[in-house]
Design a binder for this molecule. Structure first.
Ligand code: HSE
Length: 344
């Protein structure tokens, strides 16, 4: 049995979703893959930090935070470490970086990732900030230190968009990517079709764990723009930044706009896209009215969809969950299984 010690930086929706998967699936993962995963450290600014070299019980971690208690109320070998001390002292094999997303600086996640990779730990993240801004640098550090960086959950949560693009479409030459890349806004637009107000559906999306800690990033289109940057840079060899994405969110749309479109057989969707032309990369995020029989018009709720237009295969479309605790927690598992396969 191969054992992987994990350190989780951040224990919000995604960290808890992933921990729930380990709580419920550890035995079956061990049987199916011959690998076991032990959380040896958790560090969260609000919920507390703790470390135990033999591993922390996932059920106990979840029960503690769900009861509103600090993790530091649990008895362990050490507690109260900050992120830097956790990475330096935990002896983990993999850093699972799930701290707050900052699309302007990528911090503090980028520093956590650099520190872990330089210390010879693999790193897995669902955090778009450091990947949209610093992926080439992080990949270089990982290669120099002979470790892996997993980024599957940065786009379309656990729906394996980046593995599909990087591994399976690698030879097909991706020329254009278009889709619905933000679960929160797609959920909101779908609910608003039922006449529910913008404010109510936003609160509902936050409650369900789809929205970012600051939902401005979702409704103003920054989250989808960050994902477009990642897709362009990771899959199309571009080196664009958020400033290169023409961006408009859904804050200008009202229930009246949505019902007016419905009356004309159309639906509003927040469409994100990136296209390679001979001389440039064109990237955008904008609300778009689609005919109801357009393939993307039927993608409702927090579901995302992406169509890769390739030179050799034509169009390849992937539809699946784009947000949510378990769906994004699954992305971590997907990257961990991939690291296990690559490094065996
Ligand atoms: N807030 C994001 C969304 C989460 O709604 O799609 C997944 O990146």
């Amino acid at each position: 049995m191969r054992t992987y010690k994990l350190a989780l930086i951040g224990f919000g929706n995604v960290g808890q979703g992933f921990t729930q998967i380990l709580r419920d699936q550890s035995e079956s993962l061990a049987q199916r893959f011959g690998a076991e995963y032990k959380i040896v450290a958790v560090c969260d600014k609000l919920k507390g930090s703790l470390y135990h070299p033999e591993g922390l019980d996932p059920a106990l971690l979840l029960d503690t935070v769900q009861a509103g208690k600090s993790l530091e109320t649990l008895k362990t070998e050490a507690s109260g470490w900050d992120a830097q001390e956790t990475i330096a002292g935990c002896g983990a094999d993999v850093l699972v970086e799930l701290s707050y997303t900052d699309l302007e600086t990528g911090e503090p996640a980028a520093s956590h990732l650099r520190q872990a990779l330089k210390a010879g730990m693999h790193a897995v993240t669902t955090n778009k900030g450091p990947i949209a801004l610093h992926f080439p640098e992080l990949l270089k550090i990982a290669r120099e230190n002979h470790v892996q960086v997993g980024i599957e959950g940065t786009v379309m949560s656990g729906t394996p968009t980046l593995h599909l693009g990087l591994d399976l479409l690698a030879g097909a030459e991706v020329q254009k990517i278009q889709g619905i890349l933000n679960g929160t806004t797609n959920y909101m637009l779908t609910q608003m079709e039922q006449g529910i107000s913008y404010g109510d559906v936003l609160a509902d999306a936050q409650e369900k764990g789809y929205a970012e800690a600051d939902p401005t990033g979702d409704v103003e289109g920054f989250d989808a723009a960050g994902k477009v940057v990642i897709l362009a840079n990771v899959l199309m060899g571009a080196s664009i930044t958020l400033n290169d994405v023409e961006r408009e969110g859904i804050t200008g749309l009202t229930v009246d706009d949505i019902t007016a479109a419905q009356a004309e057989g159309q639906r509003w969707k927040l469409i994100a896209g990136v296209e390679k032309t001979p001389d440039r990369i064109k990237a955008s995020v904008r609300p778009t009215r689609l005919a109801v029989d357009h393939p993307l018009a039927s993608v409702g709720g927090p579901t995302n969809a992406v169509t890769f237009t390739t030179a050799l295969l034509g169009d390849v479309t992937l539809i699946g969950p784009g947000a949510g605790r378990l769906a994004t927690g699954y992305a971590i598992l997907c990257d961990l299984i991939s690291i296990d396969r690559i490094t065996q």
